[in-house]
Design a protein around this ligand. Structure first.
Ligand code: SF4
Length: 332
């Protein structure tokens, strides 16, 4: 049976994304706990419900990254509508301060015994693991607002305003309400079956039918890529090509950069054909690796092999702040 011939693939089909592969390379057990939590249900019902909770945890650092994305996106959407004034910027930052404070209080005051009410809610891993996190809140808020200030003070801000005034189309993502359908990459053209590939950039500009720019904001540690383009950006570029039913750049120009909010340094370049060829092969290779951890290596069924086949990292450093560390220990 050709499963890929159906119009709508079921949710359980194996998926590939840069984030997912990064997690697999980080620790196979963490990958299992995050993407195959359901497989614990029968054998370890208590650990299953705890692991579901842990899936939603974020560290305060992760929260800073997420909220920086939200705030930048709020700003860019207002800029796109030409609504930006000094007062508007202050209003956006104030709303974010209120939002982060409310989230923090909510997370701190939760009664973790009410498991029914757990799923899909916001929690800080610091609170779950009963660490004293109060002193972390204000610096986190300052960091998020500082990221917006740095962006506004940078030449990138002027460039963006410029794009809004004359480019054919400017895309600004809505990170608060992700549209998972539009994140999908149509990979039938590169002969991948029964696999969903997900990717969507933060910001994209269409200058003409053959000239594009992609920007991805980063709030984490700066990775200097030597003027080459990261895998994440290559996937975005591939997605743009596949939308045009192409896998070759030919006359198409795609420029792509990662912009680090801490320093406003950007890394990237104009994509070359070898970048596109490389990422196609990488996705295919990664999917083969992912399939090794599935029953019958079947991406359509997407059932994991036994938990013990998922290797734990040997790095204590990685485990130290892992949100799953509580469940992981109990599974041993
Ligand atoms: S605690 Fe360590 S071994 Fe366990 S899932 Fe996390 S990173 Fe992997």
């Amino acid at each position: 049976m050709n499963h890929s011939s159906s119009n709508k693939k079921p949710k359980k089909t194996l998926s590939w994304s840069n984030t997912r592969i990064t997690l697999l390379e980080y620790c196979e057990r963490k990958y299992f706990l995050n993407y195959y939590t359901f497989a614990l249900k029968q054998k370890y019902p208590d650990l299953w419900s705890e692991a579901l909770v842990l899936k939603w945890l974020k560290s305060i650092e992760m929260r800073v990254g997420e909220k920086s994305h939200f705030l930048l996106s709020d700003y860019l959407h207002a800029l796109k509508k030409w609504e930006i004034t000094e007062e508007k910027i202050e209003e956006l930052k104030n709303n974010m301060r209120i939002e982060m404070k409310a989230d923090f209080d909510y997370s701190r005051e939760r009664d973790y015994s009410d498991r029914e009410d757990f799923f899909g809610k916001f929690w800080l891993s610091e609170h779950f693991y009963q660490e004293d996190a109060d002193s972390l809140l204000q610096p986190a808020i300052d960091k998020v607002c500082g990221n917006l200030d740095r962006f506004i003070a940078s030449p990138r801000n002027e460039k963006v305003q410029d794009y809004f005034s004359w480019a054919k189309f400017v895309y600004v993502e809505h990170p608060r309400t992700p549209d998972f359908e539009s994140m999908k990459v149509d990979v039938s053209r590169i002969w991948l079956r029964d696999v969903s590939v997900m990717a969507w950039p933060d910001f994209g500009v269409t200058f003409s039918d053959t000239d594009f720019l992609i920007l991805d904001r980063k709030s984490g540690k700066e990775e200097v890529l030597d003027n080459s383009v990261s895998d994440q950006l290559k996937v975005y570029a591939l997605k743009m090509l596949l939308k045009k039913w192409l896998t070759s750049l030919n006359w198409i120009k795609i420029e792509a950069y990662e912009v680090y909010l801490d320093s406003m340094n950007s890394y990237g370049w104009i994509l070359k054909q070898e970048d596109i060829d490389w990422i196609i092969e990488k996705i295919k290779h990664d999917v083969e690796e992912q399939k090794q951890l599935l029953v019958d290596q079947d991406p359509y069924k997407n059932q994991p092999v036994d938990l013990m086949m998922f290797r734990k990292t040997t790095s204590d450093k990685k485990c130290e702040h892992c949100t799953f560390r509580d469940v992981c220990k109990k599974l041993d």
